[in-house]
Design a protein around this ligand. Structure first.
Ligand SMILES: Cc1cc2nc3c(=O)[nH]c(=O)nc-3n(C[C@H](O)[C@H](O)[C@H](O)COP(=O)(O)OP(=O)(O)OC[C@H]3O[C@@H](n4cnc5c(N)ncnc54)[C@H](O)[C@@H]3O)c2cc1C
Length: 374
């Protein structure tokens, strides 16, 4: 057996799980494509994220300029007037702006420094064997492929990857994000501001390079004619706070941000963590923290299973399903609060309509119970 555990994907979830496993004496390989992020979006980590990084002995080691405090947030959600939250008054401290591209690179460097094998490449395929998994890794730069054996597999490939899908994924919505940047806000330079509008919601926050990021989250069906820039500018005209704050932003890209649930998210010999298990709606601002939390949980499940607890995988699947159901309900409740303001608007109607459930289920590449799919 080459490794005890292969972790497919070395984003925050995969990196923290691998670190925890390696520190417990497990032989781990992390495989990550190490591709630059397609779009630079502002990301804010909740205060709990810092606590997790502290507990994992990472926060103190991190270069200071990977994160900086976000001390103020405003949300015009239930009504047109923004409600302000001053994080510095919270016992748990501020939220944190995160330079995601460099944060992810630093985490993978940390893995290497602690002796974890990190392979640059893409997991193309996973197959069950008699005693675990065979993982096919493609090195895109060299054009080579190799097969790696492992007893357990952790799927940490994030929101979009289709290659390593061991169970069906339920899509809960069809959200997409139109991203843009503009000059910094001289009044509230550090604030995260969220504003619901008739056709979605806007948010804005500073980037490390000093520019102000602005994003319009909407339903893909509202921009599927490809003219997302025109649609975003029309939407901005109905967003008074953002019209003032971001003015006339340079619109850069449109990216899929659908909310997904993998179910089951664990089975014999494998577990999905982070966005690969539950890709959350950015409205909660808790994707990163949840990915870190789920990474710790995932590592503990693997360690229990390796220690002889045969029920660890099935218990994890039940726990993860319960987490996803709770999350779906909380999120729906949140959207319904804003939906009251525009009950007839296309974007909000689907959150009010009880029947608007999952829109699509993807077939897995491998049967979660163990048989390869034909
Ligand atoms: C538009 C947007 C805004 C967001 N804003 C926030 C925010 O403000 N606050 C917040 O907390 N969260 C936010 N999130 C969510 C947050 O980005 C994610 O929850 C977090 O990145 C999840 O971490 P992860 O490690 O699970 O996945 P990822 O960060 O996606 O990492 C997955 C890794 O796997 C690699 N990979 C994928 N497939 C393969 C493969 N086949 N082989 C090898 N490697 C592979 C990728 O290269 C990547 O490095 C936002 C998300 C979106 C889409």
């Amino acid at each position: 057996m080459d490794y005890t555990v292969v972790v497919a994907g070395g984003g925050p979830a995969g990196a923290v799980t691998a670190l925890r496993l390696a520190r417990a004496g497990t032989r781990v390989l992390v495989v990550d494509r190490e591709q630059p992020r397609r779009v630079e979006a502002a990301e804010i980590m909740s205060p709990e994220g810092r606590t997790i990084l502290e507990n994992e002995d990472l926060w103190e080691r991190m270069p200071l300029d990977l994160t900086w405090p976000c001390s103020v947030m405003a949300a015009a959600w239930d009504g047109p007037e923004p409600e302000w939250t001053v994080f510095t008054l919270h016992a748990s401290g501020p939220a944190w702006h995160v330079d995601r591209a460099r944060f992810d690179l630093w985490l993978r460097d940390r893995l290497r420094q602690e002796g974890v094998d990190v392979a640059r490449g893409s997991v193309e395929r996973v197959d069950r064997t008699d005693d675990g998994w065979q993982v096919e890794v493609a090195d895109d730069a060299e054009g080579s492929r190799r097969a790696v054996d492992a007893r357990c597999l952790v799927v940490a490939t994030g929101r979009t990857s289709r290659r390593v899908r061991l169970a069906p994924r339920r899509r809960i919505d069809n959200l997409c994000l139109v991203t843009g940047t503009t000059d910094p806000d001289p009044v509230e330079p550090d604030a995260l501001i969220v504003e619901a509008v008739a056709d979605g919601w806007w948010y804005s926050a500073p980037l490390l390079n000093g520019r102000l990021f602005s994003g319009w989250m909407t339903d893909f069906s509202l921009v599927s004619d490809g003219r997302y820039e025109d649609a975003a500018r029309r939407s901005l005209a109905g967003a008074p706070i953002h019209a003032r704050r971001v003015g006339n932003p340079r619109l850069d890209a449109i990216i899929g941000s659908a909310t997904w649930v993998t179910s089951p998210a664990a089975g014999p010999g494998w577990i999905a963590i982070g966005d690969a298990a539950l890709a959350r709606d950015p409205i909660g601002g808790d994707g990163l923290t949840s990915a870190l939390r789920s990474a710790c949980h995932g590592a503990d499940v693997v360690l229990r299973a390796l220690g002889g607890d045969d029920e660890a995988w099935s218990r994890a699947a039940i726990e993860l399903e319960a987490i996803a159901r709770r999350y779906e309900k909380q999120r729906l409740d949140l959207y319904r609060r804003a939906a009251r303001r525009w009950p007839d608007a296309r974007f909000w109607r689907r959150f009010v309509d009880e029947r608007s459930g999952p829109t699509r289920t993807d077939r897995p590449a491998v049967d979660p119970i163990g048989r390869p799919q034909k």
